[in-house]
Each structure stands twice: as structure tokens, then as C-alpha cells.
Write a protein of this length. Structure first.
Length: 385
């Protein structure tokens, strides 16, 4: 069967037309998928069970349970042979076949064998891999620069990655040299030039030069964010700075500082403090999450919503569920249906969908009447029943 069927057009269909179009929007025509482009006035139904947005000039497509890729001319460049495939990012995509992962480039070529149990995200130019139950690292050319030899590894940050051999952890550099041999009970990735490490049942912090900066005394820690780390001592949480100075206040629980504020748990409720320890948003929430782009997700007995750094409600606290803000939009659920709001709390897309995904590059995937499709930020639907 032909891979595309023209639905309507206002000019001649040819390959040049498709090469000129940089944006195609996935479009579902009843049970078959294709693409539409409003500016060109053309829609095309393809012989696929699902199509996805273009990323880096290639788009995933699915036939049955298998995935492949097409180009901007809507020509298949990678047949639907993989049981899992990601969008491209920085010229690479992960594909999965017969229980193993591999990497593919924009030319549709496998740059690694489909031979890995796991492939992590690239950090500082390297991605962790697991093969035959051992971990190592590959670069963005698909070369194993650190051969699989460890029981576990973290990602690279500040030029170092944690590794585990047996029951102990250490650190390696990007050349695979052991900068700190396996000696710790546990080791976190470096962040802000420091890393939490556990020795003899207690946690402290070391720097990239192997020096112990904050002594081993804590029962639990998280790495540094904005100059402070949250630490637990004698069943209470507090914050410590990079010099080891602890804030005077202690709490039943805390989350990390983000955008100069941190959620803290006091007498059964959450609020927010600043870096001086001052309670700037009173503790009155059942749940409070960290700030991101000026807003924080909170919950009371009335439901979920968002507040700003002054504690003002931006998205009313009344919804059954809310997503995170992505691409300036947030999904909100009320009475089992989903819609979207902007950062000013205005409903932009009516609450009517069974399921929704986050917006990405102006499009969000939704489920309506048990079928999926895409919408744009104006609420225009790209599907036909």
C-alpha cells in the first residue's frame, strides 16, 4: 500500500513541496495517521498507526508495535523495525530491539550495536551503558571510551562520575582513571564541585580534589543546590552551606533550595523559607514542591494549584491534579477531565480531555473519546473522527 494518500491540496503535490516545509503537524484521520501543514494548505494521510512530531528534521512513526523514522519529504528513512525509539536529541536517538538498546544517528545508521541493557542520557559528552550486567561509558560517536567493568555508575558532573565495585564506591574521570578508589559505602554524583559520600554509616561531603570538606556526621544528605545541601542529623533536617555552617533552624522534613526558596515541613504542614531561614510563606499546605520559573505547585484540602514567591495564588488551588509548567502551559484536571492554563491562571484550552501530555514545541498529545491526537496552544485539534 502506498505510504501516503493526499486528502486535500491547494497546489501540486511533489517532493519539493515537502522539502520546503519545515513544520509538519501530526494528524490523525480516523484510524490512520499522517501530517498537516496549515500554511501550505495540505494534509497527507500515511500508512502508519501513529505519527509523531518532527525533531531535528526526523519524526518517529509506528506500525503495529514497531517504530521507525521519516524525513521532511515524508519518506521512510528507517523502517519500522524497532520495539522502542526516542526522538532525536543532539543528533542521536535510542532504539530498542530484542531486549537490547543501541544508538542511531540522523542518517539512520546504528552507531552502536543493539547490545546494551541500558543506555543513559549524555552528560558532559558521555552516556552510561550496561552490558552483561557491567557498566561503562560511550561517547557521542558510539565508542566505548570506558569499557563495561563496574557494578554501577552515576552520570558525569564536574568531570567525575561515581562507580561501584562490589559493595564500595569511588570516582573516575572521563579518561577512566580512578581518581578516588572504591572506598565509600555510597557516593553521590558531584554537584557544585561537592559530592555527598557515606563512610562507616555517616555522610559527609568531599570536593573534586579528594578533600573532605564537611565531616562525616549526617544520617542522610542530598547534594548542593544554590549553595546549600539538605542534611539529616538526629532525625531532624536542616541546611548546611559549602563551608559546613548549619542553619540554626531544624525541621521534620525539607526540600532543596530552588530559586532562593526551600519547602519546609512544620507541625504537619509545608511552607517556604529563604536562605536566611526566615519563613516567607507560612506553613499551611499539605504538599509543597520546589519553585520553578517563579511558581511552585502546592496542595491543600481544596486541591492543587500554584503560588508565586509572594505566596499569591496564580493557578487557583482547586484542581484534582496539575502537571508542571512546560512551554508556558500547565495541565489541570477537574472532575476527571483535563485542560490547560497559562502562567497567569487563565484557562486557554477547555477542560474536556481524558488524558493530556506536556506541551513541547507548541504541541501536546491528548486522549479524547479513547483516541489520541495533538492540539496546539490555541486549542486547535489535529485529528478527525
Amino acid at each position: 500500500m502506498s505510504k501516503y494518500i493526499l486528502l486535500f491540496f491547494c497546489f501540486l503535490f511533489n517532493s519539493d513541496l515537502f522539502a520546503q516545509n519545515k513544520v509538519w503537524i501530526p494528524y490523525r484521520n480516523v484510524d490512520k495517521w499522517g501530517y498537516t501543514h496549515l500554511e501550505r494548505g495540505v494534509s497527507v494521510t500515511l500508512d502508519y498507526d501513529e505519527t509523531y512530531p518532527f525533531v531535528e528534521n526526523l519524526a518517529r512513526v509506528r506500525t503495529g508495535k514497531k517504530y521507525g523514522y521519516i524525513n521532511l519529504e515524508l519518506k521512510e528513512v528507517v523502517p519500522c523495525t524497532y520495539y522502542f525509539a526516542t526522538d532525536f536529541e543532539n543528533g542521536l536517538a535510542r532504539v530498542w530491539l530484542n531486549g537490547r538498546y543501541g544508538l542511531m544517528n540522523l542518517e539512520g545508521k546504528e552507531i552502536t550495536k543493539i547490545d546494551y541493557q541500558e543506555i543513559g542520557e549524555f552528560k558532559e559528552g558521555l552516556a552510561s551503558i550496561r552490558k552483561n550486567n557491567l557498566c561503562g561509558f560511550i561517547n557521542n560517536k558510539g565508542k566505548e571510551v570506558i569499557k563495561p567493568q563496574y557494578d554501577n555508575v552515576s552520570y558525569f558532573n564536574n568531570g567525575l562520575a561515581a562507580f561501584k565495585i562490589g559493595y564500595l564506591w569511588g570516582y573516575i574521570n572521563q579518561d577512566g582513571q580512578e581518581i578516588m578508589p572504591a572506598q565509600f559505602d555510597f557516593a553521590l554524583p558531584f554537584r557544585e564541585e561537592l559530592a555527598g559520600v557515606k563512610l562507616n554509616g555517616k555522610w559527609g561531603f568531599i570536593n573534586t580534589k579528594k578533600k573532605l570538606i564537611i565531616p562525616y556526621k549526617y544520617t542522610a544528605v542530598e547534594n548542593f543546590f544554590e549553595g546549600y545541601a539538605r542534611v539529616e542529623y538526629e532525625n531532624l533536617w536542616r541546611f548546611v552551606d559549602k563551608n559546613g555552617k548549619e542553619n540554626a533552624e531544624v525541621y521534620a522534613s525539607v526540600l532543596s533550595f530552588k530559586e532562593d526558596l526551600a519547602p519546609v515541613f512544620v507541625r504537619g504542614f509545608w511552607g517556604y523559607i529563604d536562605k536566611t531561614g526566615k519563613n516567607v510563606i507560612s506553613c499551611k499546605y499539605n504538599v509543597a514542591e520546589s519553585f520553578k520559573n517563579g511558581l511552585a505547585k502546592v496542595k491543600t484540602s481544596s486541591g492543587w494549584g500554584f503560588i508565586n514567591a509572594k505566596g499569591e495564588e496564580i493557578v487557583p488551588i482547586r484542581y484534582n491534579q496539575v502537571s508542571d509548567f512546560v512551554d508556558e502551559m500547565v495541565a489541570v484536571q477537574l472532575s476527571g477531565k483535563w485542560g490547560f492554563m497559562d502562567k497567569n491562571g487563565n484557562i486557554l484550552i477547555y477542560i474536556r480531555y481524558q488524558e493530556v501530555g506536556d506541551f513541547k514545541n507548541g504541541l501536546a498529545k491528548i486522549t479524547h473519546d479513547k483516541k489520541t491526537g495533538y492540539i496546539d496552544k490555541k486549542g486547535k485539534e489535529y485529528f478527525k473522527e
